[in-house]
Ligand binder design. Structure first.
Ligand code: SAM
Length: 232
């Protein structure tokens, strides 16, 4: 069933050597994306070394991966992971990773098909991520659908739990109403402090124009709204 895909029961079942094979001395061209075409299975057989935390940057709802590739290039020492729910889109990003790996690039970036609103704590450990990016998320305008927004009070607590001390969360949107929602909930949250000098943050510069959605807004001369917060 295209709508069902496996997920790990806990982070000990996640084998990071499937996602960053070069780092573990494995074949970098083999793809495991958790799609029908490139399946993954999860079980307890993963050795402890391979399930150790490795991801630094997480892009939630990464779409076609523009930001993931920009992060991979701009931060060669960091490991970037994109999560995306649409299988075909994940395959596209995976194929692009494979093409770049053929050229010896993109060994520090990977992508997976999952529902990030459900399964984050099954992939990542407490205090392990340096940055979380949420770029141009679906606005879910109707009040009854607010709970589907990727930024909401419950999920913000989860993001705070997974971020390192002083780790940062970045939210950008072209929908002012959604931005106001991001500001409201992030400013209210006890674990986050808003960063005022966003211009000083090099990753904030990247999210402005690296994602496919960001480029589209740019072409249409639309507005963009950004909030960056640090975990306290
Ligand atoms: N961040 C990309 C960009 O800026 O170009 C994509 C933005 S697009 C409007 C929102 C993306 O989030 C879509 O690709 C959608 O499939 C994905 N998405 C929505 N809900 C998700 C979820 N629960 N888990 C993972 N991805 C999700």
């Amino acid at each position: 069933n295209e709508t069902l895909f496996p997920y790990p029961l806990n982070y000990n079942q996640v084998d990071w050597s499937l996602h960053y094979p070069k780092r573990f001395g494995k074949d970098p061209l083999k793809l495991c994306l958790n799609t029908l075409e490139y399946p993954i299975t999860y079980d307890d057989g993963v050795n402890a070394e391979n399930s150790r935390s490795i991801v630094d940057f997480l892009d939630i709802g990464c779409g076609f991966g523009g930001l993931c590739f920009a992060l991979s290039e701009n931060y060669p020492d960091k490991y970037t992971f994109g999560m995306e729910i649409r299988g075909k889109v994940v395959n596209y990003v995976g194929e692009k990773i494979r093409a770049l790996r053929n050229e010896g690039q993109a060994n520090n970036v990977s992508v997976i098909r999952t529902n990030a609103m459900r399964h984050l704590p099954q992939y990542f450990r407490k205090n392990s991520l340096e940055k979380i990016f949420i770029c141009f998320p679906d606005p879910h305008f109707k009040k009854k659908n607010y709970r589907r927004r990727i930024v909401n009070p419950g999920l913000l607590s989860e993001y705070a739990y997974l971020l390192k001390q002083n780790g940062r969360i970045y939210c950008i949107t072209d929908v002012e109403e959604l931005h106001n929602w991001h500001v409201l909930h992030l400013e209210k949250h006890k674990m986050f402090k808003r960063i005022q000098d966003v211009e000083q943050d090099s990753a904030a510069k990247l999210i402005w124009n690296s994602t496919e959605e960001g480029k589209k807004v740019e072409r249409n001369k639309g507005s963009k709204f950004i909030i960056v917060c640090e975990k306290v």
